[in-house]
Design a protein around this ligand. Structure first.
Ligand code: PGA
Ligand code: ZN
Length: 426
């Protein structure tokens, strides 16, 4: 019968870091064909679902994914063939049961997610709907505010910055297309500014510049200067978001800013630093300002700054409803980052988002530092009515693919498209 899964398999492709990943290819009875590619993180949370890698040192330094591919074709496919691709929830439940582990390590979260995403895409195609309206319903029409990572540090660049991401948030734009222009023109101004100051303009994993700056704070100052150079108003039209990814510089009970030579800090000292910066710079959002195991620190940060700044949990929640629920009841943050491959199926990702919605939290759909050209998250962000998307810098096609897809969706929605900032001007 049309719409039922006829075949399911995967091939080994490369991600943006040159590491292998899976592209899952699915065919339905009736001739619909679809595929989905799986991203991969570098600064991964300890409780994330686990990728299955070959560990065969003779291929790709052990990072091959032939075992995950075998899981798709030999274990998953026989159980899903014949089922209608529109039964996403049922299919994802079967995938979880088939794996049987808490962290999806048996079949691999990469194998499972690739199948889950490919099923969604095939089902959308089979009912002739764009992915965003298939997953979100015909009412979904919100375009997310992009968070563009224009200065890279931490685990994403070999430079002097401990903090992983310094992002532009063009929240004062009237449309997504204009937001993209505000961000891009600021990115180009930043490049000119770095060049003028004698810094290198080579880029890190997410396409942001990776200069060797004096310290982390200098990055904020340069971004403000670039916003002004590009002709925009800092805080009113273009603001700053940070993702220090603090788990990466957690040492014992404290933090050590070793890349910049900044020395050790307690949670309270870090929180004070963020408070100072948010007085000095137009910061609207801080993600992973503390480490994944520093729930108390997060609570203190949210108590101090959460009234006017978005405090986002990424590694601490790993898109897991269980951790998000705890965060809601303990007021650990006021927002969550959402990454499909942290949890491993489309259905569980939607459950995590439902948790956020029930608490009135913002949820930000995010890429990974290792990406492919697959723009799935662009459709997903619109489907989920997310106020924000994190998709990296304004160069490198694996990042731009997401922005270009959002431009296409905005165009397709026409007058119905809605772009609204979740932030007050700062
Ligand atoms: P990752 O980084 O994909 O390397 O985990 C992204 C993030 O921390 O938000
Ligand atoms: Zn993060």
């Amino acid at each position: 019968m049309n719409g039922r899964i006829a075949s399911l398999g995967a091939i080994e492709i490369l991600d943006s870091r040159g590491n292998p990943t899976l592209k899952v290819i699915i065919e339905l009875h009736g001739g619909t064909r679809a595929s989905a590619s799986v991203p991969s993180g570098a600064s991964t949370g300890a409780h994330e679902a686990v990728e299955l890698r070959d560990r065969d040192l003779k291929r790709y330094g052990g990072k091959g994914v032939r075992r995950a591919i075998a899981a798709v074709s030999e274990i998953i496919a026989p159980k899903l063939i014949g089922i209608s691709a529109t039964r996403q929830r049922d299919i994802d439940k079967r995938l979880i049961e088939l794996d049987g582990t808490k962290d999806k390590s048996k079949l691999g979260a990469n194998a499972i997610l690739g199948v889950s995403m490919a099923v969604a895409r095939a089902a959308a195609k089979s009912v002739r709907q764009p992915l965003y309206s298939y997953l979100g319903g015909i009412d979904e029409h919100r375009l997310p505010v992009p968070m563009m990572n224009v200065i890279n540090g931490g685990a994403h660049a070999d430079n002097s910055l401990d903090f992983q991401e310094f992002m532009l948030v063009p929240h004062g734009a009237p449309t997504f297309a204009e937001a993209l222009r505000y961000g891009t023109e600021t990115f180009q101004a930043l490049k000119a500014l770095l060049r003028k100051l004698g810094h290198v303009t080579s880029v890190g994993d997410e396409g942001g510049f990776a200069p060797k700056l004096r310290d982390n704070e200098e990055a904020c100052g340069l971004i403000v200067e670039a916003i002004e150079m590009a002709g925009f108003l800092p805080g009113k039209q273009v603001a700053i978001a940070l993702d220090p990814a603090a788990s990466a510089f957690r040492v014992g009970d404290g933090y050590t800013l070793s890349k910049s030579g900044g020395g050790p800090k307690t949670s309270d000292e870090l929180i004070d630093l963020y408070a100072q910066w948010s007085d000095l710079y137009p910061i609207v959002s801080i993600e992973d300002g503390l480490a994944e195991n520093d729930w108390e620190g997060f609570r203190a940060l949210t108590a101090k700054l959460g009234g006017h700044i978005q405090i986002v949990g990424d590694d601490i929640y790993v898109t897991n409803s269980k951790f998000i629920r705890q965060g809601i009841s303990e007021r650990t943050t006021n927002a969550a980052l959402i990454k499909l491959n942290q949890i491993g199926t489309v259905t569980e990702t939607i459950e995590a988002i439902d948790q956020c919605r029930s608490a009135g939290w913002e949820y930000i759909i995010s890429h990974r530092s290792g990406e492919t050209e697959d723009p799935f998250i662009a459709d997903f962000a619109v489907a989920m009515g997310s106020s924000q998307i994190k998709a990296g810098s304004l160069c490198r096609s694996e990042r731009i693919a997401k922005y270009n897809r959002l431009l296409e969706i905005e165009h397709e929605l026409g007058d119905a498209a809605h772009f609204a900032s979740p932030f007050l001007s700062r």
